[in-house]
Design a protein around this ligand. Structure first.
Ligand SMILES: [Mg+2]
Length: 133
């Protein structure tokens, strides 16, 4: 699977990539505007991302605006909606309502998170199978 990781903190990107790279090919972006460009370029190449992890507080374009821009693009180009998880330190209900109900994200993970939390999301969204014990 193809994954786009978006965060203005390289350390945060390292952590997420460490967790997710065994499960897919990870691209990294450090701001919302660049992420939207990467997303569009992948769509145009007919190699869309399966999952986008979006930080909210970023320069240039924040994650909320990037989320809306991606959803608008998907509607305009009439392509299936990509799974998008916000991965953010912002845990207010205002931000969550904005992202989930107005933005249309599929998950909202607050920092700090555990590897197990990310794995639960991967299983719940059908990206990896729960191994029988
Ligand atoms: Mg940030």
């Amino acid at each position: 699977m193809k994954i786009l990781l978006v965060d203005d903190d390289e350390g945060n990107l390292d952590v997420l990539e460490g967790i997710l790279s065994p499960h897919g090919e990870c691209d990294r972006s450090v701001d919302g505007r660049e992420a939207v460009e990467f997303f569009e370029a992948a769509l145009r190449r007919n190699e869309p991302y399966d999952l986008v992890c979006l930080d909210i507080m970023m320069p240039e374009m924040n994650g909320q605006d990037a989320l809306k821009a991606i959803r608008a693009m998907e509607v305009e180009l009439d392509v299936p909606l990509t799974v998008i998880w916000m991965v953010t330190a912002l845990d207010t209900s205002k931000e969550q309502i904005e992202a989930i109900y107005k933005g249309g994200c599929n998950g909202y993970i607050t920092k700090p998170y555990t590897k197990q939390k990310i794995m639960e999301y991967m299983i719940n969204h059908g990206f990896i199978e729960l191994k029988p014990s």
